[in-house]
Design a protein around this ligand. Structure first.
Ligand SMILES: C[S@@+](CC[C@H](N)C(=O)[O-])C[C@H]1O[C@@H](n2cnc3c(N)ncnc32)[C@H](O)[C@@H]1O
Length: 248
């Protein structure tokens, strides 16, 4: 007995699923255990050759998953074509499981909090950083959906490598809150513990009053005079790197 054809399955699942846009997003999602019910490629052979070259660990999984579809069908399934002409749908991980992961103690790696972020690309870049550094998760406050397709695209499929959720400040996981702010103490003299909650302000207005009130300490990244601030994602990168070095 054969299952439903991939295109019908796609159309049925698309609204409730996470779009994995391109080969690299699919590769990362598979590596980090995403449940992928359907995956398509305009040139299945080329996609598998790419897997052989760049990701032999997932080649067999992709071989079992990928269905070749005509270019016109692929274009009708995705909002904008990706250069690799590969796309897939993944099941969004359960919020309950994420909340458990975020709350689990003792925590061995920080949680990153983006307080009212605005830019979808920044949020995706931060999720990619959190995945790379093995952070426990990325929490956003405010209206931005951290699972928005543009965030997932910018995160290169690495949402599945960490716990990504939207919470209120009152719901933030327990742990010492270090809030990043140019007016804080120089980070070079601060040891960031593994259970830290590292909070970053919005691109427009910095940290909200609620987050400031929750912060145990304000911490600054070195900046020469006359530069007012760094980009949000680059600030997260420097801070996670500082944490990864251990000492103060
Ligand atoms: C683009 S900045 C926000 C600029 C905003 N106009 C403000 O008033 O703070 C976004 C976030 O990156 C972090 N950030 C940027 N530069 C920083 C620095 N030199 N030290 C600590 N955090 C910094 C802060 O968390 C800040 O809220």
């Amino acid at each position: 007995m054969t299952g439903p054809d991939p295109v019908s399955l796609w159309r049925r699942l698309a609204d409730a699923s996470v779009l994995l846009d391109g080969f690299h997003a699919l590769k990362h999602a598979v590596r980090f255990g995403a449940d992928v019910p359907v995956a398509v490629a305009v040139d299945r052979g080329a996609a598998l050759a790419l897997a052989e070259e760049l990701a032999p660990d997932v080649r067999d999984t992709l071989d079992a998953l990928l269905t070749q579809v005509p270019e016109s069908v692929y274009a009708s399934l995705v909002p904008r074509p990706h250069p690799t002409a590969v796309a897939a749908l993944a099941v969004r991980p359960s919020r309950v499981a994420h909340l458990e992961r975020l709350a689990h103690t003792p925590r061995t790696a920080p949680v990153v909090v983006l307080d009212h972020p605005r830019n979808l690309g920044n949020a995706g870049a931060v999720i990619r950083l959190a995945a790379g550094f093995g952070a426990t998760g990325v929490v956003t406050t405010g209206t931005l959906d951290p699972w928005h397709p543009t965030v997932v695209r910018a995160g290169a499929g690495l949402h599945f490598a960490t716990a990504v959720e939207r919470l209120t400040v009152a719901e933030l996981p327990a742990g010492p809150v270090f809030a990043l702010d140019p007016e804080g103490d120089d980070i070079r003299g601060v040891k960031l513990p593994d259970d830290a909650v590292l909070a970053f302000g919005s691109e427009r207005s910095g940290l909200s009053p609620e987050l400031r009130a929750r912060a145990g300490r304000l911490v600054a990244l070195p900046m020469r005079p006359q530069v007012s601030s760094y980009n949000l994602a680059t600030s997260v990168a420097m801070t996670l790197y500082h944490w990864s070095l251990g000492g103060s």
